[in-house]
Design a protein around this ligand. Structure first.
Ligand code: ATP
Ligand code: MG
Length: 169
């Protein structure tokens, strides 16, 4: 399963509704500094609710709303190759913000999104995105820390956690 299309609307630098195609295997996004490449990655993290686990570059979710259009919502949708569409919307109100999730255009809970992604091998705590600076960090970290990342990728870390839990009970 892979992403076939990303649609961003009023999200960060994307003031206009923009569709971005993705291809099987490898897709490269190139452009000048500040043109919005990393904002595209941010939009994927936001939509798939992976933002908590790996750094989304925003202090608060409302920073994701475009600053120039005056609109109070930002929206991102992702279509997968097997047909499923995930959409997330954030709305700013005088009392704070609201976040809405949709699975195939039907309102759903965050848990439903997490469950769908988990079934397809994308876990919120997993190493899904290699962020800028990560490679340097990995080469500079201690052997033990590096081993932890490899265990996470290999899926062993989950069993270590379960074993520790069982031993403590
Ligand atoms: P680089 O090559 O330097 O990594 P980039 O293509 O990854 O650049 P981004 O970081 O994606 O660039 O985009 C930065 C731009 O997004 C900045 O110009 C910033 O002003 C703009 N931006 C970020 N948040 C918002 C927002 N809420 N509303 C409007 N513009 C925004
Ligand atoms: Mg960037």
């Amino acid at each position: 399963m892979y992403i076939t299309e990303l649609e961003v609307d009023n999200f960060k630098s994307f003031g206009k509704k923009t569709k971005i195609p993705f291809f099987e295997g490898f897709t490269v996004i190139s452009g000048p500094n500040g043109s919005g490449k990393s904002n595209i990655i941010d939009s994927v993290l936001f939509c798939l609710t992976l933002s908590g686990a790996r750094g989304l570059r925003a202090e608060k979710l409302t920073d994701l709303i475009n600053l120039n259009t005056g609109k109070n919502t930002a929206e991102v949708s992702i279509t997968f190759s097997e047909g499923t569409k995930i959409r997330r919307k954030i709305k700013r109100t005088p009392h704070g913000y609201y976040s809405y999730n949709y699975l195939n255009d039907r309102a759903c809970k965050v848990g439903d999104i997490v469950e769908f992604l988990s079934r397809n091998g994308i876990k919120p705590e997993g190493y899904n995105v290699v962020m800028q600076g990560d490679i340097t960090r990995i080469t500079e970290m201690s052997d033990t820390e590096r081993r932890k990342i490899i265990d996470e990728i290999a899926g062993v870390a989950e069993f270590d956690k379960k074993r520790d839990q069982a031993l403590s009970e």
